[in-house]
Design a protein around this ligand. Structure first.
Ligand code: NAG
Ligand code: NAG
Ligand code: NAG
Ligand code: NAG
Length: 206
């Protein structure tokens, strides 16, 4: 009897209708406003793509990244970094120069990402990145996906506002692979590292 009362009490709350302009779910994922999967919902400046029940973010150079998580309260989402291809130390978006967002886009790369670059050429050592033998990228090279990059020159950096917030650049004769972790803590075990690139968006002003 108590269960029934509780159920009747809770039920109306779980039914609260969402804003009419919200897009429908994509697979199991909610698509909160202002994100938009079609012309009929969301805000068209915040386009994302629902393909085969998977929500994806399109870079300005035409590569799709799977969206892992969305937090409408902090206006942020986390996309999956591209795979490092089998038997090589090359990210699958290498031919496009890595990850890039249009400068005029409402999205940018948040400052909570730690980026690791692999198979870099020697001239990266002139940069302020951490390419030392104690750099956390060395530990990623021990992990499954990083194995292909073992013993390449690798560097790590925190993506803060002093660097461009619209791209993670890789290229042949530069660094050919990258990975990113959100809210990275070097002291944690590698299994606790949170794989992803966090983006944030400027909310629409209506
Ligand atoms: C769609 O997703 C399912 C499940 O993840 C997968 O098995 C299938 O191959 C995908 N189809 C296409 C066209 O990508
Ligand atoms: C590189 O990162 C490691 C681990 O976080 C740290 O101990 C080391 O001091 C850093 N080196 C440089 C040059 O920043
Ligand atoms: C490292 O980068 C060079 C080009 O800069 C490329 O030829 C080589 O295949 C890459 N190494 C691996 C293991 O992918
Ligand atoms: C990225 O966008 C957020 C939200 O609009 C803003 O607060 C932040 O300053 C931007 N970061 C940079 C580096 O432009």
């Amino acid at each position: 009897m108590n269960t029934l009362v509780l159920f009747l009490f809770l039920f109306p709350f779980s039914c609260v209708s969402s804003s009419p302009n919200n897009c429908p779910k994509c697979g199991i994922m909610d698509v909160p406003y202002p994100l938009s999967t079609s012309d009929n919902c969301g805000n068209p400046n915040y386009k994302v793509y629902c393909k085969n029940e998977t929500l994806e973010f399109l870079s300005s150079v035409g590569f799709y990244y799977k969206i892992l998580n969305i937090n409408p309260h902090t206006s942020s989402l986390i996309i999956s970094p591209p795979f490092i291809q089998k038997h090589s130390c090359q990210s699958s978006d290498l031919s496009l120069g890595g990850f890039k967002i249009d400068e005029n886009s409402p999205f940018n790369i948040s400052s909570r990402n730690t980026v690791m670059l692999f198979n870099c050429s020697e001239n990266i050592l002139l940069s302020p990145l951490n390419c030392s033998s104690s750099s956390p990228c060395r530990r990623f090279e021990e992990a499954n996906e990083g194995r292909n990059c073992k013993n390449t020159l690798c560097c790590s950096y925190l993506k803060d506002s002093s660097m461009t917030s619209h791209r993670i650049r890789i290229r042949n004769q530069g660094c050919t692979a990258y990975i990113s972790f959100v809210d990275f803590k070097a002291e944690e075990s590698i299994n606790a590292w949170r794989y992803g690139i966090e983006l944030q968006w400027t909310p629409p002003n209506n």
